[in-house]
Design a protein around this ligand. Structure first.
Ligand code: BGC
Length: 469
């Protein structure tokens, strides 16, 4: 068992590190795919299976992780994900046949899907209210650093074509994560929920920002005791009062993918070569995209607890839709470019960059921050499972349909389609999303209980600054 004598910074670092697993594997496969055919004969089907294996594994991982995080605890599940990931990464690096490689990708996916759920959940439950947005956004920072690291590894190893090393390097952060998490505490919310109040008290005393552990435990106990204490999908289905929160969490998770982010993260080099860039320039341009992704995430972390989640979601929709409209209209109207200096090629690069900037500063971090925030403690893991499954399923749908849609409709129409979905995302936020900035998780849950008639008006006045609604 881990000791709780560790600093807040270490807890946040290791708590977030699981995001790297998500990010590295997201970024590395496009580079590795160029060289895997040197060892294995790849049909288009096998190539698709190597890519999709991770996404399918992640859907299953997310679906299982929700329940498991409610049963085993958040910390233990991160440790399990790190073990599974390390095994999968080593198996992929050493795969003797293409089928073993595909199996390894599914195994890695199981861990990535679990990490996508449990990392923001852990951070959200362990962070002090005032900086919860920034701390939970560290998950997204780790994701984008993982993507950038993979883009850099792809560029460095491109000359040797060593795809096994590209895939195997993923085991390094997962082993660091595994060792680090052995020393990190479980979240106080989960501990109270599991009846381990003494340990929860000790953890709260160690954490920065929580000067009144007693009061916090009382608050957690109060919202938790309002609920049946059952977990699992059947319990979630019966808990009708959770539905508004589940709709918000799942809607945000799905729209985060429907705006088309991964058509860029997965296919930017292809899009750029299609508009006239040489392969090497496309790989460098991809690095620029990776750097913008990290830089804008840092800005988001700085502002999320001041500006609030909802204004950021609206600003993100405006930026992404504007980039997609310009891209879609120019690719439809201008002559097909054959050279990077052609107007449509320049516009494409600029629009991809502004789209990434807008996403990274808003929907990237904000969605992963809000999913655990809006869901009530007793079913938080299970309900997150539904939302995160939705995120990976939408990711799968978008990334698998993008190449055939490009062929059938042309890039102009396809990007205009994503612009329309972006507008719908804005309508969804306007209609259903409530601000969570400045409210403790218990206040957010108390508010849900009141709105759905589960709790009367006996509740306390929020301790934290009221946020705009
Ligand atoms: C999304 C991923 C995406 C990444 C890009 C994450 O928030 O969930 O699907 O690849 O951001 O930075």
């Amino acid at each position: 068992m881990g000791s709780i004598r560790v600093s807040g910074r270490m807890i946040y670092f290791f708590g977030a590190l699981g995001g790297v697993l998500f990010g590295y594997d997201t970024g590395v496969i496009s580079g590795a795919l160029l060289f895997i055919p040197n060892d294995f004969k790849l049909t288009p089907f096998l190539q698709g299976a190597i890519v999709a294996g991770l996404l399918l594994g992640a859907m299953i991982g997310a679906a299982l992780a929700g329940r498991l995080s409610d049963r085993l605890g958040r910390r233990r599940l991160i440790i399990i994900a790190a073990v599974v990931f390390t095994g999968g990464a080593l198996l992929a690096a050493l795969a003797p046949t293409v089928w073993v490689l595909i199996a390894a990708r599914v195994i890695i996916g199981l861990a990535v899907g679990s990490a996508a759920l449990v990392v923001p959940l852990y951070l959200s439950e362990i962070a002090p209210t005032e900086v919860r947005g920034a701390i939970t956004s560290l998950n997204q920072l780790m994701i984008v650093c993982g993507i950038l690291a993979a883009f850099i590894v792809n560029a460095i190893l491109a000359s040797s074509g060593d795809w096994r090393l590209m895939l195997g390097l993923a085991a390094v952060p997962s082993m660091v994560l595994l060792v680090g998490m052995l020393f990190m505490p479980e979240t106080p919310r989960y501990l109270v929920h599991a009846g381990e109040e003494k340990t929860a008290h000790a953890v709260l005393e160690e954490l920065p920002g929580d000067e009144q552990p007693e009061e916090r435990i009382e608050e957690i106990r109060e919202v938790d005791s309002e609920e049946e204490g059952e977990t699992g999908l059947a319990a979630l289905w019966r808990a009708k009062w959770v539905r508004p929160a589940l709709l918000v969490a799942t809607g945000l998770a799905v729209f985060q993918q429907l705006v088309g982010i991964n058509t860029i993260i997965y296919y930017a080099p292809t899009t750029l070569t299609n508009v006239g860039f040489a392969k090497t320039s496309a790989i460098y341009a991809n690095l620029i995209i990776g750097v913008i992704n990290v830089g804008m995430t840092v800005i988001a972390i700085k502002i999320i607890d001041r500006v609030g989640r909802k204004p950021m979601l609206f600003a993100g929709v405006a930026g992404m839709v504007a980039s997609l409209l310009v891209l879609g209209i120019s690719l439809s109207a201008l002559p097909t470019p054959h050279h990077p200096g052609d107007p449509a090629a320049i516009i494409t690069l600029v629009c991809l960059a502004t789209f990434i900037a807008a996403f990274a500063a808003t929907w990237g971090p904000v969605v992963w921050v809000m999913i655990p925030e809006v869901l009530p403690l007793s079913v938080r893991g299970t309900a997150m499972g539904v939302a995160v499954f939705g995120n990976w399923a939408a990711n799968f749908a978008v990334s698998q349909t993008f190449p055939p849609l490009l062929k059938a409709l042309g890039p102009g129409t396809v990007f205009l389609g994503y612009a329309a979905l972006g507008l719908l995302a804005g309508v969804f936020v306007k209609a259903f999303v409530t601000e969570t900035k400045g409210h403790s998780l218990e206040e957010i849950e108390g508010d849900l209980q009141r709105r759905t008639g589960r709790r009367g008006e006996r509740d306390r006045v929020p301790r934290h600054a009221a946020a705009s609604r």
